[in-house]
Design a protein around this ligand. Sequence first.
Ligand code: HEM
Length: 221
Amino acid sequence: MTDSQEKNSNIKSLRTKWLSWTLLFFILYATLRYIVFKGVDPVHFPLYIVNKIISISGIFFLAASYAIGKAEWLSFESKSKQNQLIKYLGLVGFSLISMHVFISLIIISPEYFPKFYEGNMLNFKGELSMLMGVFSLFCFTIPAIATIPFMQEAVGIKKWQKGQRMGYLGLLTSLFHTGVMGVSGWIDIEKWPGYLPPITLIGTIIAIIPLYLKFVKKNSG
Ligand code: HEM
């Protein structure tokens, strides 16, 4: 094996580790919070709980993809290695979030999500939160398409960079998606199953980090 082949295989195993450890962490977290402490029937693990695991892992990867370029304390061997990791994290995040959307559309109903409904119709919270989710998905679709080979040459660098920046709007709208649906349950810590913070709160905090690094830290530096 040549030096560069060895380096590439090291990078691949590092990426697989990132993915496995993140998924494992959120599998344990969601199982503990919802099945062990909240008492959700394990029958609902395959869609209801898995949906929570992949949505939070998805936003984690998307946020990491945008944060990595802005975190000055992170150093990379080269710009191309950094770009490879940014692309990998973004595409994994986008794939997980796409699965989240499919699963959500299968299970969304008053029985699964009574807080989003009034009778058989979505209430204002349900509609607003879903609208933010749809808008966020749209925003992330553009940078995902931009990763297709030759897109940069096809649309020109300026438009391509604009497309990449749509991800920040995606993060902002995902923050409203999770915020609108979850904020009422964030304050009463006593009611958190096993005192574990809600996944909506964790998702909102995760989405804030790259936005903070991009817009607040940049202007204060
Ligand atoms: C068509 C678009 C979308 C739909 C229909 C949708 C639907 C839903 C639903 C129904 C929930 C509640 C799940 C639950 O409480 O078990 C949810 C939660 C969540 N969504 Fe989405 N979503 C969409 C897009 C997105 C996008 C683009 C992101 C992130 C970039 C995202 C991230 C999350 C997160 C982190 C949660 C919190 C999970 C939890 O508390 O269990 N969603 N979404």
